[in-house]
Design a protein. Structure first.
Length: 100
């Protein structure tokens, strides 16, 4: 099996550290293009257009709830609610369940 080790820089100076932390997309693109060139495959960038648009709402009487976690400590649950609200999610709440 073929293998390749890609070394993008050393973290022994501030310049390299800055490149590695602030240019990850450019580094990944360079690696992808290099692999394509090595394999003699044409690089095709991914388009940002939506190929599969979201389906229309067909049943307004049904709601689908998304659960992002369960916590055995209310403080952790409250922290997650605040984190989600900071991300712009509005309808975030806590529901308590008794263990059986």
């Amino acid at each position: 099996m073929r293998a390749c080790l890609v070394e993008l820089g050393f973290i022994d100076n501030k310049g390299d550290a800055k490149i590695l932390t602030q240019s990850q997309d450019a580094l990944a693109l360079g690696i992808a293009k290099g692999i394509c060139r090595y394999l003699n495959v044409e690089y095709k960038p991914v388009s940002n257009s939506t190929e599969n648009p979201k389906p229309p709402v067909t049943d307004s009487e049904t709601f689908y709830r998304v659960v992002c976690g369960s916590y055995n400590n209310k403080v952790y649950a409250e922290e997650k609610v605040e984190e989600l609200k900071d991300l712009g999610m509005k309808d975030v709440f806590i529901v308590g369940y008794k263990k059986q």
